[in-house]
Ligand binder design. Structure first.
Ligand code: S3P
Length: 453
């Protein structure tokens, strides 16, 4: 894979500090959507022919997926900034990798690829960084075993693990115990190699980028309501996937950080063009509007089956709200930055139904609670939620926050540093490169410098 590599994974410790700037002004293009980028590479690799991807996120997580595909025999070439050509080998066409596949920090990369590998009859070994090696893989292993794949893993279904793909994968009908787009996608990817219909029943709708992109490449997928808000996604197995052109929209989960900074730093007014606004990803926007935020979604349009818009945000007063548990899947990665916003709003914010945050890149419930409390915010950590007391003015700040190998914890507390009375430092900014390699430069361009202390 022809690309200059960064050094995340070799644990470069690089502290970053944010202090109060003047108002944020102007516009900036946020990096490509991480979820869609992983899927574009994998589905492009399983299609027949040359897929060209524009706007691919060139963060470490996605680059690791590209390296893994290359090790499996897919042609992966960087043509220019964000533009990549994938020479797909067709479903069933991957080859046994000569070495361990290392997904770094990326749960999505590892879990989705386990689904792909479950349908290929050879042995692969998968690992990741210290954060990924702590994360549970049983939720993917269980359905993929039912489909005929075999696994040997560490205690508690942790990485590293070995996977032996099924020579004749079986289609299954599987009810997800928790809403997870990663598990749903892994099953659908394995189902590509199985004959007949593979169905996943999800208790609550989770992001549907896999379904939209598989359709874009020619697969047949049906989605039906299954009562009580649940839905059934059914894939017709063994399709002929044909190479396609993919335009990756900006990542709303990355846009959330400059957006939050603009809402919180007095006098700010910014515009973030071409951000993905898939309705299963916009829970944060819904919540911020309820809090009284001035946010606009302009020029709505669609790109490769995904909805896109320009996001505008202006600073103003915000009030605390109760966020229902049912909204969690549509804003699952946005809770760290929402908690920071809630800490600056007026009144109490209750965030419910967040048990899944304990098994993200870090235990985010505890990382948020400890970090906010170190910055002088009154916060209560529940088993599966947070209660945050906002006082309608900036918290004290002045703390050193442990990043815990978690990009979103680092970025959320740096944004808090832009409003807090005293600067906030995160001990290691290097994980930010997994999803938002130009974070500091982009924030600096909007007028909010984030620098080494
Ligand atoms: C993702 C799904 C979510 C999300 C993750 C990306 C995806 O995880 O937190 O960052 O791309 O499918 P879960 O499926 O575990 O909820």
């Amino acid at each position: 894979m022809s690309h200059a590599q960064t050094t995340h994974g070799s644990a470069l410790v690089a502290p970053l500090r944010a202090r109060r700037p003047g108002p944020l002004k102007g516009g900036a293009r946020v990096p490509g959507d991480k979820s869609i980028s992983h899927r574009a590479l994998m589905i492009g690799g399983l299609a027949v022919g040359q897929t060209e991807i524009e706007g691919l996120l060139e963060g470490e997580d996605v680059l690791n997926t590209g390296r893994a595909l290359e090790a499996l025999g897919v042609g992966v070439t960087r043509l220019g900034s964000g533009t990549w050509r994938i020479n797909g080998v067709g479903i069933g066409g991957l080859a046994e990798p000569a070495d361990v596949l290392d997904f770094g920090n990326a749960g999505t990369g590892a879990r989705l690829m386990m689904g792909v590998l479950a349908g290929h009859a050879f042995t692969s070994f998968i690992t990741g960084d210290a954060s990924l090696r702590r994360r549970p893989m049983g939720r993917v292993i269980e359905p993929l075993r039912e489909m005929g794949a075999r696994f040997i893993s560490r205690e508690g279904h942790r990485l590293p693990l070995a996977i032996v793909g099924a020579p004749s994968p079986l289609p299954i009908r599987y009810r997800l115990p928790v809403a997870s787009a990663q598990v749903k996608s892994a099953i659908l990817f394995a189902g590509l190699s199985a004959p007949g219909h593979t169905s996943v029943i999800e208790p609550e709708p989770s992001r549907d980028h896999t379904e939209l992109m598989l359709r874009h490449f020619g697969a047949k997928i049906q989605v039906e309501a299954a009562g009580d808000g649940a839905r059934t996604i059914t894939l017709v197995g063994q399709p002929e996937l044909e190479a396609r052109h993919v335009v990756v929209p900006g990542d709303i989960s990355s846009a959330a950080f400059p957006l939050a900074a603009a809402l919180l730093v007095p006098g700010s007014d910014i515009r973030l063009p071409h951000v993905g606004v898939n309705p299963l990803r916009t829970g944060l926007i819904t919540t911020l509007l309820e809090m009284g935020a001035e946010i606009g979604l302009e020029n709505p349009r669609s790109a490769a089956g995904e909805q896109v818009a320009d996001l505008c945000a202006r600073a103003g007063r915000l009030k605390g709200v109760d966020v229902p548990a049912g909204r969690a899947p549509s804003m699952i990665d946005e809770y760290p930055i929402l908690a920071v916003i809630a800490a600056c709003a007026e009144g109490t914010t209750r965030l419910n139904g967040l048990a899944e945050l304990r098994v993200k890149e870090s235990d985010r419930l505890s990382a948020i609670a400890q970090g906010l409390s170190a910055c002088g915010v009154a916060v209560e950590e529940l088993k599966d939620g947070l209660v945050i007391e906002g006082r309608g003015r900036p918290p004290k700040g002045g703390a050193l926050i442990p990043t815990r190998l978690d990009h979103r914890i680092a970025m959320a507390f740096l944004v808090l540093g832009l409003v807090a009375e005293q600067p906030i430092t995160v001990d290691d900014g290097s994980p930010i490169a997994t999803s938002f390699p130009d974070f500091s430069a982009l924030m600096g361009g909007l007028g909010a410098p984030i620098e080494a202390p």
